[in-house]
Write a protein that binds this ligand. Structure first.
Ligand code: ADE
Length: 252
């Protein structure tokens, strides 16, 4: 299927991780992209690699510095897992199976493996799964999902194909809208112009100050910098327990 690759060449956004084959830089980008949109990731990615240019540098950095560089991206646990992955790489080199690294699942392993080493495995996240399900017109799970995804990879082109599928899922075939008229797979798609999108369930708005994430941030700043956290004891204990479980503060 060259329609997708041809389309990708014309719409490709110049994202900095598309300019490198360094597995460490690619791992940093993919872990950041697990939780945050590409445009927002760019400045964090550049600053992070400026501060920790290699797996060795990240492995040797104090926890507090890593958290500072991660701050604003959210999900600190991912930043910490990334540091543990870097420590593994610094000590033992890259494992053949990247899912042995902390925080690296099959999607991230396939993405980094294809971009860095041209491994011919499809990277399947929720966006790619949606595109495949719509194109093939049936739900896909587990091994059948990975097989269908791998079967769609043009021989030798996994790296560009994976980027192209992500781009399609992010811009054309999104969860909220299917822009079939602009899609390179339109002619081959089982769902073209027939995609039904479930209405968004209204969610009760939750004030950020009432979230667990807010409480953990306050407690962490209190532990690291002595700022008063302003929390009641129950929230403070719950947040501390969560931070301890994530290894962000030491056990008592
Ligand atoms: N989302 C996940 N991985 C990505 C990548 N490599 N480029 C753009 N968006 C992505």
């Amino acid at each position: 299927m060259t329609a997708l690759l041809d389309w990708y060449e014309t719409v490709k956004r110049p994202l900095p991780w598309r300019e490198t084959r360094d597995p460490y830089a690619l791992l940093v980008s993919e872990v950041m992209l697990q939780q945050t949109q590409a445009a927002r990731v760019v400045p964090y990615y550049e600053a992070f690699l400026g501060r920790f240019p290699t797996a060795e540098a990240l492995a040797a950095a104090p926890l507090e510095e890593v958290l500072k560089a991660w701050s604003g991206l959210g999900y600190n646990r991912r930043g910490l897992a990334l540091q543990r992955a870097a420590a593994h790489v610094a000590a033992h080199g890259w494992p053949e199976d990247l899912t042995e690294l902390p925080g690296v699942g099959p999607y991230t392993a396939a993405a980094v493996g294809s971009f860095a080493w041209d491994r011919q495995t499809a990277a399947v996240d929720t966006n790619v799964r949606r595109v495949l399900e719509r194109t093939l017109g049936r739900p896909l799970t587990g091994r059948a999902l990975q097989s269908a995804a791998d079967a769609a990879v043009p021989p030798g082109r996994a790296a560009d194909h994976n980027q192209a599928m992500m781009e399609l899922g992010a811009t054309v075939c999104t969860a909220r809208v299917a822009r079939c008229g602009s899609c390179p797979l339109e002619a081959a798609c089982a769902s073209a112009h027939r995609v039904q999108i479930a209405p968004k369930r209204p969610r009760k708005a939750v004030r950020f100050e009432d979230t667990e994430r807010y409480a953990r941030g306050r407690v962490l700043r209190s532990v690291l910098h002595g700022e008063p956290d302003g929390l009641d004891p129950v929230r403070r204990e719950r947040a501390l327990a969560g931070l301890r479980a994530d290894g962000l503060v030491g056990a008592r």
